[in-house]
Design a protein around this ligand. Structure first.
Ligand SMILES: [Cu+2]
Length: 312
């Protein structure tokens, strides 16, 4: 009897303690769930939401090591998503056709440099530069210096405004796209007329663009098809090689008065297509005119094939 009471007291206090800890665990779990939901909501509002989801969809089902890595980052996106910002530093006056120093500093929301990046498709940063009329396009790779800073010396062909989409992935975090703007000084030339043709030659390469749908409608998944031939022989090219880890890259930008990161899509080629054929699966977020640039590697020479599409 003497021994029973203390045991009983001990047992009941243990029970109470356990009950408490269970309660607090439940509370913790629901807190976490709420937090991660808030993160998710934030990430939806964030710059790289739907486009990147599409992007990731394109990458699913492929089996390169880079891909499974990317899938992991998708899972992390649910819980880890820091806010980042890209700060652009360029000279006050930029002249056409003259190279100039361009620095991009990636910072977190507190203004601290983000200094660790995962390598995505062979690079720490992919930088897409387009003129506002979408006539000019460049896909370049600034060199990582230190303390969140990337440097490159580009040159831009004509006066006017340009938009820069920087695509990067802070270590262990979700991939994102940050937008920047710059202008080149001088008198603006009139934009060239939009070339709507779907077959064009780019040097020794002839590219035909088509889709698997008769009409391209917003928010409908579709396949964008590139048929790549040698102009000399009119036969499918046999010398396509991977470019930045993929058979092809496709950048799509919506024609818009003020470009936002919502206007930007970066898709990757699906694997297993026939000789000289490169397919991309994607969808357009809203009706409008879009310009797309397919990029392919012919034995070390990068072909950039641009086309316009009208999305209903
Ligand atoms: Cu790139």
């Amino acid at each position: 009897m003497n021994r029973f009471i203390p045991t009983f007291l001990f047992a009941s206090s243990l029970f109470l303690f356990q009950g408490c800890s269970l309660l607090s665990k439940t509370a913790d779990a629901s807190d976490q769930e709420q937090q991660s939901m808030e993160h998710h909501d934030m990430s939806n509002m964030d710059e790289d939401s739907s486009h990147h989801d599409m992007n990731n969809m394109n990458m699913d089902g492929e089996s390169t090591p880079g891909n499974s890595h990317h899938d992991m980052s998708n899972m992390q996106e649910e819980t880890v998503k820091t806010e980042t910002e890209a700060k652009l530093t360029v000279p006050d006056a930029i002249a056409p056709n003259q190279s100039f120093p361009l620095a991009i500093n990636i910072q977190d929301s507190a203004g601290n440099p983000v200094s660790n990046f995962d390598i995505s498709l062979e690079k720490r940063m992919h930088l897409i530069v387009v003129s506002d009329d979408l006539e000019f396009f460049a896909h370049i790779h600034p060199k990582y210096t230190d303390q969140g800073q990337f440097d490159i010396e580009p040159s831009l062909p004509k006066a006017g405004n340009y938009t820069l989409f920087s695509d990067y992935k802070p270590a262990g975090d979700a991939e994102r796209v940050s937008l920047m703007h710059l202008s080149v000084a001088g008198t603006k030339e009139a934009s060239a007329k939009i070339d709507k043709s779907s077959t064009k030659s780019f040097g020794k390469t002839k590219v035909s663009f088509s889709t698997d749908k008769e009409q391209i409608k917003a928010n409908e998944p579709l396949t964008l098809k590139f048929d790549i031939q040698d102009t000399a022989t009119n036969t499918p090219v046999k010398d396509l090689q991977p470019y930045l880890g993929k058979t092809g890259h496709l950048i799509i930008v919506k024609q818009s008065n003020t470009l936002t990161s919502e206007d930007y899509i970066h898709a990757h080629a699906t694997e297993g297509t026939a000789l000289g054929k490169v397919d991309f699966e994607t969808q357009f977020p809203e009706p409008g005119k879009y310009k797309l640039w397919g990029q392919f590697n012919r034995n070390g020479k990068i072909i950039t094939a641009d086309f316009w599409v009208n999305v209903l």
